[in-house]
Design a protein around this ligand. Sequence first.
Ligand code: NCD
Ligand code: ZN
Length: 373
Amino acid sequence: MSLSLILPRWYDLHAHFRQDDLIAPLVQAHLSMGCCGILAMPNTSPPVAKIFDTDSLPYTSLESYRRQLQDAANGLLETIIVPLYLTAQTTPQMIAAGAHTGLLKACKYYPPHGTTGAMHGAPLELFIQNGVLRAMEEHNVILCVHGEAHDLAAEKYFDEKTNAEDLFYREMLPPVLDAFPRLKIVAEHITTRTAAEFVARGPDTLAASITPQHLLYTVGHLLKGLRYHLYCLPLPKFSDDRAALQEAVLDKSNQKFFAGTDSAPHAQKTTDCGCAAGCFTGGIAPQLYAQAFEEAGCNLEDPAQQKIFAAFLCENGPTFYGLPVAQKTFQLRKEPQNIHTLKIGSHEIVPLPLGMRADMNAQRATLPWQVHL
Ligand code: NCD
Ligand code: ZN
């Protein structure tokens, strides 16, 4: 008999579902991997940067984006959180009104021009000064941060001793924690030892999500053979950074680090002008997380270590967001699974493990684990 884990259904607390005809198949991929809840990123075009349909700003409303996701899920997702994209037009009044109706649970800080769809972001200082973070703190709205400093010279963006994420957690986030001690903050998709240690040592109001790719890979995996399907932001870092992430999730008392895949489909990854950032892991994330835990030295046959995995995948995230741990379960079985590209209309989306293959003619890749619902 192969090893099998029965786990509570889990929440993906950071994923991209795009828009229009892409939404339904992408939500289905999440349902197929045992998700009971999602936090759906607002970097659509236009971004989800107003709350109500009736607001006059030229953005997508949180109300309508949530409705579209709900329709796509056909009632099968218990929780859909859409964080409001923070822009220069966001006001404390919008935060208060959104929180009062129960629609607004979180807001997303994007470093201006820092990643896909981040051109509407505004500097963090603006939200410190204009009352937006204060209103979020008062109304228990969680701040999700893409933690990278912006506008950096290339030499500072990614260098031996410093990079954009490192600078963000050393210099930009500490003043926010000092000024707003009750504001709950999620350091999303962290990739560095600096961030992992900052979160571990920080107050209970601070937690972090970690993607499968940042637990599995380093920048060397991206560069060796230029496996551009691994190109995502923040970039995978060095082996010591990956070790810090692995230590954080394998700690038996871990309550601060949790799953958030950052699954980010791109039908076209490369052009002559560069590479779209984002790894697609819809449908396969628990499998990849289990693989990553094993590669980091976790023995998933041991019930005590299974508990550590379950805390990371299924418990810590919902608990931080004030959501119930799911009663319903799903099964992860240690049996090989073949995966293929996801075809949506004329789009073809390559899941990360297929993008990591060395033989470009191979039509499939194999995962060591399978999900059964
Ligand atoms: C995301 C995307 O494609 O929307 N890309 C990524 O590399 N993670 C944007 C983001 O979350 O940074
Ligand atoms: Zn993302």
